[in-house]
Design a protein around this ligand. Structure first.
Ligand SMILES: C[S@@+](CC[C@H](N)C(=O)[O-])C[C@H]1O[C@@H](n2cnc3c(N)ncnc32)[C@H](O)[C@@H]1O
Length: 414
């Protein structure tokens, strides 16, 4: 049967088969109950007007609302929803009977959660946009999910003061963890949140221990940004046609963007780590390692056209570690493959290009020599004295002090 003639159920099964295969390719396991929920909920009900095949594209988010060129609301990509539900279920040892709060509504994820928590659990979903909550409530009813509580509010603040949830799953990109999220969790409860650190977003599953949160797992992801009182804009510097630098937290650049762009026209130096890594290697971990070690760190992003024309050749065009140090620009390069294994490299332009590229690959080699460690994120209240912080790279946000720790005993634990 061709995709064009497949019905809803067959397309849904094909989508789930693909998600399961993608999970396996990343070394992840699609939990049976998450798989069962994905095979049950009719996604097309939450994407009205969209051709059926598109509703069942495992890798595509469906954009729902734009402000200028920026998406502010979407139905998230199924593979990512599956990964985040998996993070939640792994961290809590299953979701049956759990009380879940979803931040960022749409209806699809809330229906999956409704399936996962079962009759003894509960699901509340909150969105800042009344148009979204109106649509989510209507779609949930159309799909037969009448017992999801839909709330319109800015989730930066407590939703139902005093109420605690076992799980808070955030489906919008956050820059910090507002105290309300921690306070609405049971002790031992889990917050799954796409959180930006050093200009790079990961979906972190964080378990609450009193006033602190500690990560259990993380996944690479991208999300529309949070609006309302918790909004925190990323700054972009356009350095050449289709080439941008992202600046987050207190990162500063004292150079004129055109001068940085002009560096790209200077000869390119390269250095290679001389390693042979398999495709399952989690480069998202390497990128956080580099962010916590490189001085004058920035994130390079590029449009496809800029990559195709060879202006830049980054490791990942949606966000690659880079440095801008004393008039020299260096970044993690595209991978160099030999058969089924790859090497890590750096490209650099500017007066000290060869040294800058070599410095970057030394950090890459150190990560490989340390056994490709994965970071653990600790989130502590902003007033925590320095002496009480765990060892690691400290990032001060509005409400919290974040610590990213890479130690050999801190391999992913889910
Ligand atoms: C990616 S969409 C959510 C997708 C949804 N979970 C689904 O099942 O398809 C992100 C949503 O977050 C909402 N949002 C943004 N800032 C918010 C805030 N401060 N409080 C609550 N919702 C917010 C947006 O209005 C948007 O609808």
């Amino acid at each position: 049967m061709s995709v064009g003639t497949m019905g809803s159920e067959s397309l849904r099964d094909a989508m789930v088969d693909q998600i399961a295969a993608d999970h396996a390719g990343k070394g992840l396991v699609l939990r049976p109950e998450v798989e069962a929920a994905l095979r049950k909920v009719p996604r097309e009900v939450f994407t009205p007007g969209l051709p059926l095949q598109k509703a069942y594209d495992a890798n595509a988010a469906v954009l729902k609302k734009m402000r200028g060129a920026e998406a502010i609301s979407s139905v998230s990509a199924p593979y990512l929803i599956a990964e985040m539900l998996g993070q939640a279920a792994n961290a809590l040892g299953g979701l049956e009977g759990r009380h879940a709060l979803e931040i960022g509504s749409g209806g699809y994820n809330a229906s999956l959660l409704r399936e996962l928590v079962g009759p003894t659990g509960s699901v509340t979903t909150v969105d800042i946009d009344p148009e979204v909550t109106g649509r989510a409530a209507a779609c949930l009813a159309a799909a037969g999910y009448h017992d999801v509580t839909v709330v319109c509010a800015d989730a930066e603040h407590p939703i139902a003061p005093g109420r605690r949830h076992d799980l808070i799953i955030v489906t919008v990109g956050a820059w910090d963890v507002p105290p309300a999220w921690r306070d609405q969790l049971t002790d031992g409860g889990v917050l799954v949140v796409p959180l930006r650190t050093f200009g790079m977003t990961r979906s972190w599953a964080l378990r609450r221990y009193g006033d602190r949160l500690v990560s259990q797992s993380h996944r690479l992801c991208g999300f529309v940004s949070m609006q309302g009182d918790g909004a925190h804009e990323m700054r972009y510097l356009d350095i050449a046609d289709g080439v941008h630098l992202r600046l987050d937290e207190d990162q500063r650049i004292d150079h004129d963007p055109a001068a940085v762009g002009a560096l790209l026209t200077q000869p390119r130096e390269e250095a290679w780590a001389g390693v042979s890594l398999p495709p399952v290697t989690v480069l998202a971990d390497l990128d956080l390692w580099l962010a916590t070690r490189l001085t004058h760190f920035v994130v390079l992003s590029a449009q496809e056209t800029a990559v195709r024309s060879g202006v830049v050749a980054p490791g990942w065009r949606f966000g690659t570690p880079a440095t801008l140090d004393e008039g020299t620009f260096a970044y993690r390069s595209a991978l160099r493959w030999t058969g089924r294994l790859f090497d890590l490299g750096a490209y650099a332009h500017g007066p000290a290009a060869a040294a800058a590229a070599e410095r970057m690959v030394e950090h890459m080699r150190a990560w490989v020599d340390a056994g490709n460690p994965t970071p653990r994120l600790h989130v502590l209240p902003a007033h925590t004295p320095h002496g009480d912080l765990p060892a690691g790279a400290v990032l001060d946000k509005r409400h919290n002090r974040l610590v990213l720790a890479f130690t050999p005993d801190e391999k992913g634990i889910d």
